[in-house]
Design a binder for this molecule. Structure first.
Ligand code: PAF
Length: 282
């Protein structure tokens, strides 16, 4: 497994048409599942580890985001990863951070990243920063497929649309959506789970419980109310708990379309998100 700092090394024939798993490190079994899925294609797998400053707001956790490179490499090595790309900030943003934030702010994002009023409203600038870094990583890595978890569902939909609407730039690249990996008790795996204090760990399960309870509702409004009540009952502060069109993430009148339940809630200093496909009632 090669540790790659210099982007020019990615041009090596050893990485041609690779499978690509972009990450911010602090890896867990959810990331491992993406790598395993990429490896199934029989192509070399490149994992990037880059804590991307442009996707964090000024009051967010960029500074304290866990950086655990040794443990990350220990997790990746047995999975047969060909290369771990660990660029410096200057390699991704040679124009400097202020200028690159301005570039992010000027991107024409797909509607799914600007219209739903979910992460786009709660974390202004976040999805633009994701689009900027993922586009640049795609340009550098030249992969044939890139693997993303459904846990960050709006991010996944953004990247799917970004790639689909710019076939000239992203020619030959397939975006592969992979299921959220959960702890045995249902908690969606996340690098931010390590922020949770022991007594918060149980309360965090409210997100998975709320999604489960939403399945029992026959109306969107009921599902949304039940989700909020579940989050409230566990002392979480709800940012959103909604049922949306699974493709556009816009509000829906009923469960007829493929719909998705999406939640963001705060538990102390930690912000948690989760989502699930919703059953269609007939
Ligand atoms: O999901 C993540 O870890 C990040 O948002 C990503 C896609 C690696 C971009 O920094």
């Amino acid at each position: 497994m090669r540790l790659i700092e210099d982007p020019s090394e990615l041009a090596s024939p050893a990485f041609h048409a690779c499978g690509f798993v972009p990450t911010m490190g602090a890896l867990h079994e959810g990331h491992a599942s993406l790598v395993k899925r990429a490896a199934e294609a029989g192509r070399p797998v490149i994992v990037s580890i880059f804590v991307n400053p442009t996707q964090f707001g000024p009051n967010e956790d960029y500074g304290r985001y866990p950086r655990t490179l040794d443990a990350d490499c220990a997790l990746l090595e047995p999975l047969g990863v060909a290369g771990v790309f660990v660029p410096a900030v200057e390699a991704i943003y040679p124009e400097g951070l202020d200028a690159s934030r301005a570039v992010a702010a000027s991107l024409a994002l797909p509607e799914v990243a600007t219209q739903p009023g979910l992460e786009d409203s709660c974390r202004p600038g976040h999805l633009a920063g994701v689009a900027l870094v993922v586009g640049r990583l795609f340009d550098l890595v030249g992969a044939s497929a890139a693997y993303f978890g459904e846990k960050d569902y709006q991010q996944l939909r953004l990247i799917e649309d970004m790639v689909a609407t710019d076939p000239a730039r992203f020619a030959g690249l397939r975006v592969v959506a992979c299921p959220t990996i959960r702890e045995r008790d249902g908690l969606a795996m996340s690098s931010r789970n390590r922020y949770l204090k022991a007594d918060e760990r149980d309360a965090a399960l409210a997100l998975a419980r709320a999604l489960q309870i939403a399945h029992s509702a026959q109306r969107v409004a009921t599902a949304e109310r039940l989700m909020r009540e579940t989050l409230d009952a566990h002392g979480l502060e709800t940012e959103y708990a909604v049922i949306r069109d699974a493709r556009t993430l816009r509000p829906v009148g009923g469960f007829e379309l493929p719909t998705r339940a999406l939640i963001a809630a705060r538990l102390g200093a930690t912000r948690l998100i989760d989502n699930a496909a919703m059953t269609v009632w007939r």
